[in-house]
Design a protein around this ligand. Structure first.
Ligand SMILES: Nc1ncnc2c1ncn2[C@@H]1O[C@H](COP(=O)(O)OP(=O)(O)OP(=O)(O)O)[C@@H](O)[C@H]1O
Ligand SMILES: [Mg+2]
Length: 392
């Protein structure tokens, strides 16, 4: 038995660098985002005169928002350093850290990895941040990724406080710039005071990728992640065709990665269209593994409960009351304390906002009546498998 495992572990692979297929890997060039990067660079010129800038990046799933902002900020840090300026860059995913205090904690952890999780008020944390920046003679670029998750939980106050913070740092030259990223427009949810600090002109909108753009993106990934001549041109064509329905680069890269895994499983020397078709059969456009990794543990448990109900009943919809009962049992299985009703509803809201489920009223029309939940494009059984793996 040991031999079989060893043989498979060290069998040859079409993949040369698996990291280049990671969801947080940022390639050294971003095809078809040059114009948008130029626009960002224009916006952030004032940074070099120690003036804070804010921007908002909006666009549908997988259009390169996160990748582009990471690319931009990492470059900016380097370029500033050459000019003798210190720019600290902190990237926060607000679906993971979904409150004002948790975001600030994330920022402070960047400066001090042992900063305690509790015991400080936000005002105190802001002061500590100021001290860090002054000591380092640095300015900060704070990226609030998936910021819509923060909007109902202090997002406005955070933005507002950071602006006031800047008014005071004007003298010391340690400004804080904010880049917000979201699939949706968030201006409607920002309170007046915070809104005024975000000039509406500082918006970069990313459109869905068209087929030929996806082709270039996949081709680049092939050369970064695969051995030479191991992916047929036709396979790249097919991936671009399939992904163009959604315009989503993440989906195309997951297809490529899965197709590579298939080729390896079959001990094939090349990734052929048949491997792409097999990959497509188990890759879903909405519920991608990379997006699941951004959910908190209780959101995952809630989602797992939905998958369990739908799988058990074989029905199109699960009702929220039933799901909540299953959630309590699921929590027990995973040795977690089930959260109270209102929190559970928040989790449902969050996973709905992130696109994992659809929720519709059950039609009874009463306030507080239970609702129906469905899954957009993934079989409940497959989702359950993925979630159980993640939660293990
Ligand atoms: N222009 C590009 N060139 C190369 N790779 C890209 C490009 N755009 C996106 N990608 C890759 O596609 C994947 C998805 O991109 P990204 O995570 O930036 O999407 P997003 O817009 O932030 O999506 P979401 O709204 O789901 O957060 C990443 O692996 C990223 O590296
Ligand atoms: Mg993103």
């Amino acid at each position: 038995m040991g031999n079989i495992i060893e043989d498979e572990l060290f069998s040859s692979s079409v993949i040369k660098d698996i990291h280049a297929l990671d969801f947080d890997y940022v390639p050294s060039e971003l095809p078809h985002r040059a114009e948008q990067l130029k626009k960002l660079a224009q916006m952030f010129k004032p940074l070099f005169a120690n003036m804070a800038q804010n921007a908002f990046i909006r666009g549908p799933v997988g259009t390169g928002k996160t990748a582009m902002v990471k690319y931009f900020c990492q470059s900016l840090v380097q370029i500033a350093r050459k000019q003798g300026k210190i720019v600290e860059y902190v990237h926060i995913n607000c679906r993971k850290r979904s409150s004002y205090a948790m975001v600030l904690l994330g920022v402070l952890n960047h400066f001090d990895s042992r900063f305690p999780d509790r015991g400080f008020s936000v005002q105190e944390m802001l002061e500590i941040l100021r001290t860090h920046l002054q000591r380092k003679e640095a300015q900060l670029i704070l990226v609030l990724d998936e910021v819509d998750a923060l909007m109902k939980k202090g997002g406005s106050t955070l933005i507002y406080d950071l602006t006031r913070f800047n008014d005071e740092t004007l003298k010391t030259g340690n400004p804080v710039s904010v880049i917000m990223i979201s699939q949706k427009d968030i201006f409607a949810d920002l309170e007046e005071a915070a809104l005024s600090t975000f000039k509406r002109s500082n918006i970069v909108v990313l459109e869905k990728y068209i087929r030929d753009e996806l082709y270039d993106i996949v081709r680049q990934r092939v050369s970064l992640a695969f051995h030479t001549n191991t992916v047929l041109g036709e396979s790249i064509d097919l991936i671009a065709d399939i992904a163009s329905e959604f315009g989503d680069a993440r989906f195309s890269i997951e297809l490529l990665w899965k197709a590579g895994m298939y080729a390896d499983e079959k001990h094939a020397k090349q990734v052929v269209p048949e491997h792409v078709r097999a990959a497509k059969a188990e890759t879903y456009s909405v519920v991608t593994e990379t997006k699941l990794k951004n959910l908190g543990r209780h959101q995952l448990l809630a989602l797992l409960s939905i998958a369990k109900r739908l799988q058990k009943e074989g029905a199109a919809y699960a009702n929220t009351g039933e799901v909540e009962k299953t959630y309590a049992i699921t929590c027990e299985e995973y040795h977690e304390d089930a959260r109270a009703h209102t929190m559970f509803w928040n989790y449902l809201k969050e996973i709905e906002q992130a696109g994992f489920i659809r929720v519709k009223p059950s039609g009874k029309g009463q306030v507080g009546a239970s609702q129906f939940i469905s899954l957009p494009d993934i079989p409940a059984e497959v989702l359950r498998g993925k979630l159980e793996e993640l939660l293990a």
